[in-house]
Write a protein that binds this ligand. Structure first.
Ligand SMILES: [Zn+2]
Length: 58
């Protein structure tokens, strides 16, 4: 792990819906990346929507 790399900047709120069990959840990431379903563990679910939280960026 690279401790110098700043990956703690959470600026996107991603909305997910599982293709397998239809569970819906949200998560914050530094980019629009895939997530795993917390219900059934299905992997690499892509967000169907994303909100940008970093409104003060130039
Ligand atoms: Zn699921």
């Amino acid at each position: 792990m690279d401790a110098e790399h700043d990956d703690a900047e959470l600026r996107f709120l991603n909305y997910y819906r599982c293709d397998r069990c239809e569970h819906e959840w949200t998560d914050e990431w530094s980019c629009m990346c895939d997530d795993d379903c917390p219900e059934c563990g299905a992997r690499h679910m892509s967000p169907y929507k994303s909100d940008d939280l970093g409104e003060d960026a130039p």
